[in-house]
Unconditional design. Structure first.
Length: 173
């Protein structure tokens, strides 16, 4: 049951990952992600308008609490990049930034866990199971996509043989 709760907790982010590809999520606008989220919520079995309203309010609250943290993370990444490229790179300064980033990531995970618990209380068992099945399908698609991508790169991997580069399978013996 705890695995179900944890998988439901990340359900909000899964709605933006059509076909399980992170690249697509990055390319989608905020309004497109919202529309896809609303569509997925509306497809849950026997979902009521009250449940939809509660979930949307919870999503809005989560976004409002996570956006500043994400902004801080982005700023820290930029600062670290600048420090790394400068002549004045100091270990203690970098270490403190990494620790701050870890703290921010922990806060984000705690917020998501709190919302997963709230979501669990809002949805029925049937709805949670449907959402879990959706997450599992997305995970399988994402896994297949990465396996296919890995196989593609493996086939295209170039080998050096007798001073020339060629693709696997092109060996002249």
């Amino acid at each position: 049951m705890s695995a179900l709760v944890l998988s439901i907790g990340t359900g909000f982010t899964a709605f933006g990952q059509e076909a399980g590809k992170k690249e697509m999520k990055k390319e989608m606008s905020e309004s497109d992600r919202e529309a896809l989220y609303r569509k997925k919520i509306a497809e849950l079995p026997n979902i009521t308008q009250d449940q939809i309203s509660q979930l949307e309010a919870m999503r809005k609250q989560q976004r409002e609490s996570l956006d500043p943290i994400k902004k801080q993370m982005k700023e820290l990444h930029l600062q670290m990049r600048e420090i790394k490229s400068s002549q004045d790179m100091k270990f203690e300064e970098m270490k403190n930034m990494i620790e701050e980033m870890g703290s921010l990531q922990t806060n984000m995970k705690i917020t998501r866990l709190q919302n997963s618990m709230k979501m669990r209380d809002i949805l029925t068992k049937e709805q949670r199971e449907a959402l879990h099945a959706e997450r599992k399908a997305l995970h399988s698609e994402r896994k297949a996509y990465h396996k296919e991508k890995k196989e593609y790169h493996k086939r295209k991997h170039m080998h050096r043989d007798h001073g020339q580069y060629h693709e696997e399978g092109d060996h002249k013996e």
